[in-house]
Design a protein around this ligand. Structure first.
Ligand SMILES: Nc1ncnc2c1ncn2[C@@H]1O[C@H](COP(=O)(O)OP(=O)(O)OP(=O)(O)O)[C@@H](O)[C@H]1O
Ligand SMILES: Nc1nc2c(c(=O)[nH]1)N=C(CO)CN2
Length: 166
């Protein structure tokens, strides 16, 4: 199944955290790299006052069941020293599952699509770059969602590039 994974970091060496996530996600079998978006510097949304994020999106082909994929995402977060912290607070690495095929789930442990993806320009802008034909199940095309969204807090960082997994 095609899966879309969002990466974010606003602590430490942010670009290294994102690149480390790209590399580690594909370290084990079951996930095949398809594409990675450009890197964006984004104003923090929600939570306490905190520094700007770097955000990017990875597209992959997954043979894993969704829970196993979530486990992998969370172990990558933990490997980068993320502490369990306040909601929407700063973090060295956040790895969110945005879509897993066309699956819909309201399980709080794994809600699909990600329940806030449709309102997050820091997810949709990079996703549209990685996959211009992207569709958010239940919400329509990402391009159409973006047309009605303020994107002023999301700025391309052409000087920062994520490489495909090592
Ligand atoms: N699609 C999903 N992707 C990642 N985690 C999810 C998803 N749906 C539910 N969760 C659950 O959300 C819990 C909290 O996630 P996390 O700590 O990353 O939240 P957050 O990043 O602070 O906020 P947000 O969910 O708004 O991005 C995780 O333990 C996980 O089980
Ligand atoms: N700009 C930006 N803001 C956020 C982000 C993020 O990745 N980027 N992640 C959050 C919690 O998941 C909360 N706020």
């Amino acid at each position: 199944m095609r899966v879309v994974i969002a990466l974010g970091s606003n602590l430490g060496r942010r670009i290294d955290n994102l690149q480390g996530a790209v590399d580690s996600l594909f370290d084990a079998p079951g996930l095949t790299f398809v594409a990675v978006s450009p890197v964006y510097e984004t104003d923090p949304v929600g939570g306490p006052e905190q520094g700007p994020y770097l955000n990017a999106v990875v597209v992959a082909e997954s043979m894993l069941d969704p829970r196993t994929l979530l486990d992998r995402a969370q172990s990558v977060e933990n490997a980068f020293g993320r502490e369990r912290r306040e909601r929407w607070g700063p973090r060295t690495l956040d790895v969110d599952l945005i879509t897993v095929g066309n699956l819909m789930s309201d399980d709080p442990e794994l809600t699909l699509p990600h329940p806030r993806a449709h309102e997050r320009a820091f997810v949709l802008v990079p996703w549209a770059q990685a996959d211009p034909a992207a569709v958010l199940p239940g919400r329509g095309s990402v391009a159409a969602l973006l047309a009605d969204m303020d994107q002023s807090g999301v700025r391309l960082r052409p000087d920062l590039v994520l490489e495909p997994p090592a």
